[in-house]
Design a protein around this ligand. Sequence first.
Ligand SMILES: Nc1nc2c([nH]c(=O)n2[C@H]2C[C@H](O)[C@@H](COP(=O)(O)OP(=O)(O)OP(=O)(O)O)O2)c(=O)[nH]1
Length: 324
Amino acid sequence: MDSAQSAKPPIDIAVGILVDARHRLLIAQRRPGTPGAGFWEFPGGKREGDEPMADCLARELAEEIGVRDCQGETIIRFAHAKGERPVRLHVSRIDAWQGEPEGLEGQELTWVSREELRDYTLLPATDVILNALDLPDRYAITPARSAAEPDAWQAQFDVLLGSGITLLRLRDQGIDDAAYQALASEVIPAAHAQGVRVLVDRSFELCRAVGADGLHWSVARLLQKGRPNLGPGQLLAVSAHTDRDLAMAADRGADFAVLSPVAATATHPGAVPLGWDGWAAARGDHALPVYALGGLGSDDLDVAARHNAQGVAAIRGFWPASRV
Ligand SMILES: Nc1nc2c([nH]c(=O)n2[C@H]2C[C@H](O)[C@@H](COP(=O)(O)OP(=O)(O)OP(=O)(O)O)O2)c(=O)[nH]1
């Protein structure tokens, strides 16, 4: 069972990730006598009564580290039960504030680069926060090259690589593993040259052979195989359609999921759309970042963020118009 389904109601916690001009993150060490003593965390604390979470964050950061006027945005809300009690974390990234952070409660503070964080023992579930911090707000999925005119597909793919997209899934269910491997071997170097990471379907062995940045699997495949032994920075994504899928994906260690369909799509004409309310209900507070997919594009990024989505995933929504 994942944290979102735990029996005890979670306590709401506001968490703030201060990011400085050198992209370093501020972490604090939990004091002796508190739950998780000695572990490092991002500053924050418990909601008082029914105060709005934004007020809770401002109060906690003022009380604990003496900063004011924090400017930022919520990056994820999720629940987990890996500590002494179930918590629901409302995590914000903060890029501007007033005052110099100091440990007002006697806690040690330090600024660390994203790489240096690996040297610290962080509270359980911090990996979820870091995935939400690192992942982009758009996840592109390619239409099948095997169903398209190959030169036109290639031209559109090249435009996609220059469009600001930084993460994509190479999807082509119309070809066998050998043809898929050949396609992946062709497109991944081009994507990497443009700073775009590529997740592949199929096996872990294929992912390794083609130098991909991770895998995108069905929940069924994840349940069957378990989380593969991916390298540092490699990602495991999962396609989900229900609340239960997300619970299993979080439980089995997926780094993020794609939950669909929000609206009707040409790719899956038979699927019943969830609508935003149904999408948000299924997304719930599962402990992983979740993209919204299905009839969406860049115009839907704001509505997605309001529904606790990492962002938008799309095939047609991000695929450049054909020039031929
Ligand atoms: N601040 C913070 N808390 C986290 C993170 N991850 C995580 O699981 N938690 C949990 C640990 C604690 O159970 C809870 C935070 O509660 P807390 O005891 O620090 O809250 P507080 O500052 O209001 O505490 P206090 O006034 O009661 O001393 O949230 C995180 O990254 N930052």
